[in-house]
Ligand binder design. Structure first.
Ligand code: GLA
Length: 397
């Protein structure tokens, strides 16, 4: 029995009627590009949020989580933040958006269990939002589209709903994005939601955030993806993330382009003097990241993992010196990785300012790499890390 089922049983004294799983993600290339209409290469990974639930009809919603003590209780028609339980905001934000779109629900019990490290830049909050939307679909079937609700899907003889199609996944992602910006307060892009929904086992996800097209590229068995969590918590709502976004948008405005996707590095250099320094730096990072995603896709197709690794190192250097969304602990992890012959490339993953690095490691040499990283980080900081190997998995279900 999975942990969410066990937790549900313990909290509500009966088995849940439904269970969903939403994976976290690692961002491989394309840092802070998503909200600039840019390109990203990511991967849904085998660390996830599980949510088990049962409907009720008294309008009450009760939530428990294995990561937090206590129980959050509220009513379907009165959804408000509780300062003592910020973890429930992700669920509430999605419920509010569903209600605004006309989805009717009469209350439910749910238990949440995650295997994603919190604050590590692996999208635990996005996974919780996606899981909430999917759990509600299972409990109170509805069909979401870009323009509103469609006829609700029907259960088959076994009580199962049809799989969520591509267009509906996109609508789910937009709904979760609105929940995060309107309720939680982080002005994020679509990357985390699309990665969780469009994951494919053994493949990376390539997203074009201008047209919202998603393609998949196979991952070579020659390399493994090792995540090293610095232990420095990053929080997308603390303001630093939104500030970077403001600089990018201000650069686009000054340059009179719809977004940074519409400008090349050459054009940017020609017009550099028009921009405030921070706006220029943020724009430069984003434009170069878009180029690195294109180069990364080419390297992946050619099975050139050395090239892909170099792009990861380049990307981190750009985060460190140009976008300035790294921190000493992440730089240390990348420097330690770079000194290891087992490693082909490393960079921070996600918003930055803490969280984790992603390391592209020769598959036959993962163990010595992990041992060396643990030793090196502890020697330099006195703190232990537990690097984890992540595999590409299918999207949320
Ligand atoms: C966070 C956000 C994403 C994206 C990345 C940076 O993970 O949630 O939307 O902007 O940072 O690339």
């Amino acid at each position: 029995m999975n942990e969410a089922l066990k937790l549900f049983h313990k909290a509500f004294h009966r088995p849940p009627s439904h269970c969903v799983l939403a994976p976290g993600r690692i961002e491989l290339l394309g840092n802070h590009t998503d909200y600039n209409d840019g390109l990203v290469m990511a991967m849904a990974v085998d660390r996830h949020i599980l949510m088990a639930g049962s409907p009720r009809n008294d309008g009450k919603i009760e939530l428990v989580s294995s990561a937090f003590a206590g129980r959050e209780m509220f009513y379907a028609d009165r959804i408000e933040k509780t300062p003592a339980a910020p973890w429930a905001d992700y669920v509430k934000g999605v419920l509010l958006q569903l209600r605004l779109r006309g989805v009717h629900f009469t209350g439910f019990n749910a238990a949440i269990h995650g295997t994603l490290p919190l604050g590590a830049g692996m999208s635990s909050s996005a996974a919780l939002e996606v899981a909430t939307a999917l759990l509600l679909r299972k409990l109170f079937p509805y069909a979401l589209s870009e323009t509103g609700l469609l006829a609700a899907p029907r259960r088959d003889a076994r009580g199962e709903l049809p799989d969520v199609g591509k267009a509906e996944k996109l609508a789910f992602a937009r709904l979760c994005l609105t929940a995060e910006s309107a309720f939680v307060g982080a002005n994020v892009g679509m990357l985390d939601y699309l990665s969780s929904l469009f994951g494919k086992a053994g493949h990376v996800i390539q997203i074009d955030c201008q047209h919202f097209t998603v393609t998949h590229g196979p991952v070579s068995a020659k390399v493994s993806f090792v995540v090293c969590n610095s232990g420095v918590r990053h929080d997308l709502t603390d303001g630093a993330y939104n500030k970077l976004r403001n600089h990018c948008e201000s650069a686009a405005r000054t340059l009179r382009v719809p977004s940074l996707r519409s400008i090349t590095a050459q054009m940017l250099e020609l017009r550099k003097s028009q921009l405030a320094m921070r706006d220029y730096e943020c724009a430069r990072h984003v434009i170069d990241e878009n180029r690195r995603v294109i180069a990364g896709e080419r390297a992946l197709r050619a099975d050139d993992m050395e090239q892909l690794g170099q792009l990861l190192y380049e990307s981190h250097a750009s985060s460190r010196y140009i976008l300035k969304n790294s921190c000493p602990e992440l730089d240390l992890l990348v420097d330690l990785a770079r000194a290891r012959p087992e490693c082909l490339g490393a960079r921070l993953t996600g918003g930055g300012f803490g969280g984790a690095t992603i390391n592209l490691v020769r598959s036959d040499l993962v163990k010595p790499f992990i041992d060396a990283m643990k030793r090196g980080y502890e020697a330099a900081t006195g703190h232990m890390i537990e690097p984890m190997v992540c595999r590409a998995v299918d999207g949320a279900w």
